[in-house]
Design a protein around this ligand. Structure first.
Ligand SMILES: [Mg+2]
Length: 324
């Protein structure tokens, strides 16, 4: 069972993700900008979002949370089917579905139809994610790294290897590239560790990788710590999204937890390009280290979004994930 402090940190992961997402929503695909310009939940952006409204990042994570709450934390066939079916339904009207995710979901629909089925299965999605990879030659978008928080919460009692593997499986539903899976595994293990201990340690999961892959990621983590978020201009790519998010956290660590959290998410947004996703990724980890208590109340009262939820319902969903 989680302690009261650990429960607050698990809530901080989900709320931190949603706050980063809503904070970055109004700046998406703009170039980097300096500290002289304020960052706030201005809304607008690609989906013409309301102030405080979260985007696809949090919406897709909510679906994972719903599936794992229903399955009592088990990554069952039913849970995986629920994820891909609900994403497909959401994608029909969502204004901002990522290109890769949209291509995979639509190809999965074709596979199911060709087979005489009306609903897609997780196997359709996985097969489609490979087909999209073969067709386009790449599938390493940041769209699976933005939605890792619920897996970390649901797997809070599992060992790190199992948590890593679960993160890879959920990533693979839409992202075939092994680097997307590795990034999700590393980030999810770091969130789990942050919830347990309050520590920020992205290297925690490196021991779970083969040594050559661990070296590759170790160099990437180090270069993130020595850089600035704006340097990672290709942050639509899962590797630079991870680096930009980690850079935002690791280069702003002066001050109290609440100050660090705000500084990190603002830095993620100021880095430009895929601002909402980088800030959502950063928020899911730094929120897990410092807890909901460190997140500005004003942010918590502002956030809302698909499917008609606010912070209170996100909290209920998070509690359902950690109470089994
Ligand atoms: Mg988004």
């Amino acid at each position: 069972m989680l302690s009261e402090a650990q429960i607050d940190r698990s809530l901080g992961s989900m709320i931190g993700m949603a706050c980063g997402d809503a904070l970055g929503a109004g700046y998406e695909f703009q170039p980097a900008f300096g500290k002289q310009f304020p960052v706030s939940m201005i809304g607008g952006g690609l989906g013409d979002f309301a102030k405080g409204e979260w985007t696809d990042d949090t919406s897709m994570a909510i679906v994972i949370a719903q599936a794992l709450a229903e399955s009592q934390g088990e990554l069952s066939d039913a849970a995986l089917d629920y994820m891909v079916r609900t994403w497909a339904e959401w994608a029909l009207t969502a204004p901002d579905v990522g290109n890769q995710t949209r291509a995979v979901l639509s190809s999965a629909q074709s596979l199911a139809q060709a087979d005489g089925r009306t609903e897609i299965s997780w196997q359709d999605a996985m097969k489609s994610s490979e087909l999209v990879h073969q067709r386009t030659g790449r599938s390493g978008g940041n769209g699976s790294l933005m939605r890792t928080a619920p897996v970390a919460l649901a797997f809070h009692e599992h060992d790190e290897h199992e948590t890593y593997e679960a993160a890879v499986r959920v990533s693979e539903l839409t992202h075939f590239d092994i680097e997307a899976g590795e990034a999700c595994g590393l980030w999810t293990v770091a969130i789990q560790h942050a919830i347990h201990t309050g520590e920020l340690d992205l290297r925690r999961g490196l021991k779970l990788l083969e040594s050559d892959r661990a070296s590759v990621w170790s160099r990437r983590i180090e270069s993130a710590e020595l850089g600035t978020p704006a340097q990672f201009t290709q942050n639509g790519w899962v590797v630079e999204a991870l680096q930009s998010a980690w850079c935002s956290i690791s280069t702003t660590s002066n001050g109290r937890p609440s100050e660090h959290l705000v500084a990190a998410l603002e830095a993620a947004v100021r880095g430009g390009q895929d601002t909402d996703t980088v800030a959502a990724i950063a928020g899911s980890l730094i929120g897990a280290a410092y807890g909901k208590a460190a997140i500005p109340t004003q942010w918590q009262t502002s956030i809302h979004g698909w499917p008609g939820l606010r912070a209170k319902e996100l909290e209920e969903l998070s509690l359902a994930l950690t109470s089994h």
